[in-house]
Design a protein around this ligand. Sequence first.
Ligand code: GUN
Length: 287
Amino acid sequence: MPATRLDGKALAATMRAEVAAAAAARAAAGRRPPGLAAVIVGDNPASQVYVRNKHRACQDAGFASWVHTLPAATTQAELLALVARLNADPAVHGVLVQLPLPRQIDEGAVLRAVAPAKDVDCFHPENVGLLATGHPRYYPCTPHGVVQLLHRNGIATAGREVVVVGRSNIVGKPLALMLAQKPTAANPAGGDATVTVAHTRTRDLAAVCRRAEVLVAAAGVPGVVTPDMVAPGAAVVDVGTNSVGGKLVGDVHPAVADVAGFLSPVPGGVGPMTITMLLVNTLAAAG
Ligand code: GUN
């Protein structure tokens, strides 16, 4: 029997309606809308699509949204000056600098310049530290999207074997932390798993993956998770966003659907959830 689809598009629509209702309640109370400022430097086509989607999602939820598009030759000082301006703007509750940045810019310096209270990506070291010590200010958007996709589809992680393939700062590392932690009010079912982080230097990746009751593919390698690497009935979450011949494909080979119990598709799985969690964080940032 083919795997049950973990429909991120449908869940994202439900959760965005919840966020929009909260934004409408703020407006009815005469409060200013939650506001997100996104900054994009250069003309990376994938980044342009992501930022456009974030902007649209904000507008649809009744948020204020600004997109600052800077040329590829922007200097670090110019970018830092814009971030400082957004940090000081009371209408802006969330500041997001889209990655990757052009090489002349020190990414770490820019991420450290975003005011931690406005860091709705949860990339600032202060927020990463708060997350790691179990006192999160925000959850990073993609990992939180994965956790919600599991939780709201009734897939438990407590006490179970979870394997995360990938150790990036954006996905693998924070997701492993969230899944291993004790549950919290904001992450009620996301934790208590036995988590293994696998990566390019893992010996016998297939054997490690087969241990997983929940397998998360976040390696950035198209189709790297093949059916022989999946235990029958496992829940598989595909975080891959690879462009192959102009088409968006995941890290999970399509034939995994014949083995897995649950599978999130690409597109229509984690992607819409990531943007939804950005809205959740921006609403929280607005207070
Ligand atoms: N580039 C790829 N994913 C992300 C993300 O979640 N946030 C930002 N700011 N840049 C990204």
